[in-house]
Design a protein around this ligand. Sequence first.
Ligand code: ADP
Ligand code: MG
Length: 599
Amino acid sequence: MSTTEKHHFQAEIQQLLDIVIHSLYTDKEIFVRELISNAADACEKLRFKQSSGETPYQSDVALGISIAADEKENTITITDTGVGMTHGEMVENLGTIAHSGTKAFLKQLATDKKPDAKLIGQFGVGFYSAFMAAKKVTVFSRSALADEAGWRWTSEGMGGYEIETAADLPRGTKIVLELKDDAKEFAATTTLERIIKRYSSFVPFPIELGGNRLNTVQAIWARSKNEIKDEEYNEFYRFIGHDQDEPLLRLHFSADAPLAIQTLLFVPKRNMETMGMTRVESEVNLYCRKVLIQAKAKGLLPEWLRFLRGVVDSEDIPLNISRETMQDTSLIQKLNKVISGRFLKHLDELSEKDAAAYDKFYDEFNRYLKEGIASDFTHREAIGKLLRYESSSTEKGKRTSLADYVKRMPSDQKEIYFLLAPNREAAEASPYYEVFQSRKYEVLFLFDPWDEFVMDHLHTFEGKDVKAAEKADINLADTEKKEGALTDDEAKDLAAWMKTVLGDRVGEVRSSQRLVESPAVLMDSDKYMTASMRRILKAMKPGGGIAAQFKHDLELNPRHTIITRLHHMRQTDATLAGQGRGTGPRQRASPPGCSMIRA
Ligand code: ADP
Ligand code: MG
């Protein structure tokens, strides 16, 4: 006689179920997509086993999914002939081990006023959507492993689940949903048919509803581009991307050399990492002649392209390769290089052809490109081409590429300059910017502290050094030489005096060759440290750390009236002239220009 085991759901899963059962009222229909998607995954896994030489239990049973609905009983039954689950897999997959997405999905639900159930599959917890429509879920499963038994899993969502043995099950999984009163509509065949056609046309296994075949199995990526309609692409995306929306971008290409590949990639509309997902996983699946080799294939794309979804099909992959070792093969590395190169080229072309579409992409996903600059040396220059920043030559709110920047560079300008500021107004008013304005050199305006590190990693672009404005070693244009400015000797004298007044509070004091409007500016004496890096370091270690080791140099503007007047006051005023013998910080003795330093 079989005994019934009682189990608790893991706490996070129970929390998720509470919400699924009690608070999600809209888009219930997506549970159909999620359960069919799991059935299809199970079939894929079995097909893979077969193709790599394993003989599964009931090896002559064809792979497929069948769905039945009973309007009288208010039940839906979804059956697949896939890999099935052992007892251990049932416990683990349906209730014990929370996927990494569970927490993120909970967070997303908590922050949304109208919780969005549609996203559940994207967070990797699609199975639990069954409880949106069902008051009771029963899962019968028989693993494809020869020596296993059949098991029956039941749950009403709250209060855990039960498992007991089930005799005489065929290979695969059967899920029976007893519908809630407010979900009876789903037991109608017409409703189910509509939903399945919407989301699951591209499931690569036959789906039958009440004995009728609904989908024609087709590998869209293997077909020729010009015979595929947008709507077909979008449907395919909705299926593989677990997404309700259309994709933002798609790239479909095939190549024969250096590798035979067919690739269909999509960029989703939304960046899930800004929606609470701490880190999305690449959802690009690797196929060989339409047979799935590995879902979410590791190593197939660089980490910074993890927001992509889609399919890569290559004839060159040996079918019996082990999933564990595949990640490191030179074949995968080659695929990685070809695909990421093509994708970058696609983005570059898009930015030329359809700037508005590229802007949309950039707004949502620019952080990934920047991550690529920092982490992917092979593609650094190519990604650099895709960066966009506001600059002193763009209108407010408009961005330029570095390539266009370089094209505009006057012949005497040797480097690319950037300036980090909270906003455009602050950038334009910055004393660091004055010398560039005077020289008519364009400066990229960066508004995100991240970007400064990005520029640091980029280092050069089209052979030009990329440099922080405050570190640039350039002087004002000759036209700025002004009537009444201090001579070099006078400026030197004033600077020396001011150093004695300010003592240890500054590093060097010197005459500046870069100021027009401002009387003085603080320059970091370290060659690489910029003002914002210093701020970040200080925030990390207040009062100490490396940041404290560097002193600011003070540069005085010998053309500014405050500075020239200060010089003249020193000549005429004996008290001032005598000042500075003492040491230490003395507020009273601070030169008037200091209060106007805008560093
Ligand atoms: P995901 O599909 O993103 O892994 P789900 O919550 O949809 O997340 O499913 C959880 C897990 O349960 C699956 O990864 C799989 O291991 C198992 N599972 C669900 N449905 C089936 C099925 N029909 N056949 C075999 N295993 C299944
Ligand atoms: Mg799933």
